[in-house]
Design a binder for this molecule. Structure first.
Ligand code: SF4
Length: 406
């Protein structure tokens, strides 16, 4: 449909904005159907898959799913404690594992004194979608990303949105057999500009992400990650040169909330953010607001002030709406007024790009130039309606806008 045709629908039928919203809904269904791929396929689906034997074609092979497929791979970040015990230094939990023991993250284990990962080359999710879904609002707006994720997680959020993948053992989920080279082949044959390590927790498939990211960089793709940031300083420092952008979940500014609801601690996440900033990675932050659990406005003010002081006022901050699910299904969704109050606090703290996410058609999902106040990106869900940024600068006043624009 042309732009003119879209505008002609204003008379009671279909507006351009509604048209764009429709596109977003379709993409949402695509995401859900991919996640549901973690459930056993029907007999008909199995038959369909058997009729696609061309495994040399990467786009065909990723359609294949095998229940419990793993590719155990010797992993990094383990060191020996004694003859039987090794310790994992990948995340702050620093698990000590005896021979044969599997870690709480469900994917790393001690096999006769050698640390292995069972999250390598076996994504439970691989799909193309808009980069706005990661969410990145300041990275190639309107482009598409190839997202990868595996089973396992080093946290245990009571509000996990992908618990049937992230909080599962790899033996229990359907996974694709996709080594790093095939991920890149698939990206090259697709209309994507970036490879995204998202939906589940990329820290947990560190070695797989690292190998893909190296190939992706050489092939000219951006590497972008959405992570909880619960990782030790050395691994994040080593990964940073391969990353172009990271959206880090700052789930609260309260350590007790992290311990009780997330299963981790706050300070390692703050450290990760500072390391990523120091290493020159473009950062965006997502803060989910859960009624009565982490929506205290004094705490949100402290968090915004910390971001402004320690990371910089240019960091985009996404306030994400909570929807009842998993172990917090009894809670209500976040009132829009709470999100608006949080955004106002962020603006008062000096943050230049606070957003309201997951609230349909809210003005807070658009980007406004901090120089002249003009709307420079008009979004409808995950779709860009209009953009007025030229070479990283506001088209109205020439102010520099932080991000990756080309
Ligand atoms: S990544 Fe897994 S094995 Fe390693 S320290 Fe964290 S929870 Fe333990």
């Amino acid at each position: 449909m042309s732009e003119q045709e879209a505008h002609q629908t204003n008379e009671g039928k279909l507006t351009r904005r509604k048209l764009l919203q429709g596109g977003g809904a379709g993409l949402c269904l695509l995401f859900l159907s991919n996640l549901l791929g973690c459930s056993p396929p029907t007999e008909t689906e199995e038959t369909d898959k058997q009729e696609r034997p061309d495994l040399d074609d990467p786009r065909e092979s990723i359609l294949q799913q095998k229940k419990g497929f793993t590719n155990p791979t010797a992993a990094r970040w383990f060191s020996e404690v004694d003859q039987d015990m090794i310790v994992c230094q990948l995340c702050p939990k620093q698990c000590e594992l005896e021979d044969g023991e599997r870690a709480p993250c469900r994917v790393r284990e001690n096999r006769e004194g050698v640390g292995y990962t069972l999250a390598y080359g076996n994504p439970a999710l691989i799909q193309e979608d808009p980069i706005e879904r990661k969410p990145f609002f300041h990275v190639l707006p309107g482009s598409r990303a190839l997202s990868i994720s595996t089973a396992g997680c080093n946290l245990d959020c009571k509000f996990c949105e992908v618990w049937d993948m992230a909080l599962e053992y790899p033996e229990n989920v359907y996974a694709h057999d996709v080594p790093p080279e095939k991920v890149i082949q698939h990206a090259e044959e697709s209309n994507v500009q970036s490879v995204s390590y998202a939906f589940g927790e990329p820290v947990i498939f560190y070695e797989y992400m690292w190998d893909i990211a190296k190939l992706a960089k050489d092939a000219g793709f951006l590497n972008v990650a959405h992570t909880a940031g619960y990782i030790r300083p050395e691994p994040v420092r080593e990964l940073a040169p391969l990353l172009d952008a990271a959206n880090v979940d700052l789930k609260s500014f309260d350590d007790e909330f992290y311990r009780q609801v997330v299963g981790g601690e706050l300070s390692p996440i703050l450290d990760s953010l500072k390391i990523l900033r120091d290493e020159g990675v473009h950062i965006e932050i997502t803060n989910i607001l859960i009624p009565d659990l982490n929506d205290n406005m004094d705490m949100i003010e402290q968090m915004c002030q910390w971001i402004a002081d320690e990371l910089g006022a240019d960091i985009p901050l996404h306030f994400a709406r909570f929807y009842p699910l998993y172990k917090l299904s009894e809670l209500p969704r976040t009132p829009v007024s709470t999100m608006e109050e949080a955004r106002d606090i962020a603006l008062k703290a000096g943050l230049k790009f606070p957003y309201i996410a997951r609230v349909s058609e809210h003005e807070g999902e658009n980007t406004f130039c901090p120089g002249c106040g003009e709307k420079i990106i008009d979004r409808v869900g995950f779709v860009i309606d209009e953009m007025h940024i030229d070479n990283g600068r506001c088209a109205f006043c020439d102010a520099e806008i932080p991000g990756k624009w080309s």
